[in-house]
Design a protein around this ligand. Structure first.
Ligand code: TYD
Length: 137
């Protein structure tokens, strides 16, 4: 999977019983998971993100509610709505992301391939475009 893409997880159950999804590293997730974090209680007008990572790989899963993820991969811009627990959005290195339209109840879980490192962030869009020139050539 290059750069970004949707991953479908297994989902078991029925409307009567309820549902269960399972996620296994190196099977459903294309990396070893070193870190998990959650984003909650985002006010409706707030937009988060505005960065890319040089090395980090992530899978975003909306556990409750919905959120819109805008992605730029140095070549094309895409917008993806996450609103299902059995779908993950893979974001590879050098993908610029902006997260908006958080529903009030949104719980966005992120599985990450590396421990937190501020040095891995590119938070300046012009710098991101400049680094894209070498990364995507
Ligand atoms: P950031 O990744 O900038 O959030 P977003 O892209 O969703 O707006 O992180 C927000 C703050 O949280 C920032 O000060 C760094 C801190 N943080 C950690 O300490 N550990 C982590 O694993 C993450 C993801 C963020």
């Amino acid at each position: 999977m290059y750069n970004y893409g949707l991953i479908k997880f297994k989902k078991f159950g029925t409307d009567e019983l309820g549902y269960l999804s399972a996620i296994e590293e190196m099977r459903d997730i294309p990396f070893h998971i070193k870190r998990v974090y959650f984003i909650t209680d985002v006010p409706p007008e707030t937009i988060r993100g505005f960065h890319a990572h040089r090395v980090l790989r992530q899978v975003l899963i909306c556990m409750q509610g919905s959120v819109t993820i805008k992605i730029y991969n140095g070549n094309e811009k895409t917008e993806i709505v996450l609103d299902q627990t059995d779908v993950g959005l893979y974001l590879g290195p050098m993908t610029w992301r902006e997260m908006s339209n958080f529903s009030k109840d949104c719980v966005l879980t992120v599985l990450a391939s590396e421990y937190y490192s501020e040095d891995d962030y590119i938070r300046d869009y012009d710098m991101y475009l400049k680094e894209c020139e070498t990364f995507y050539k």
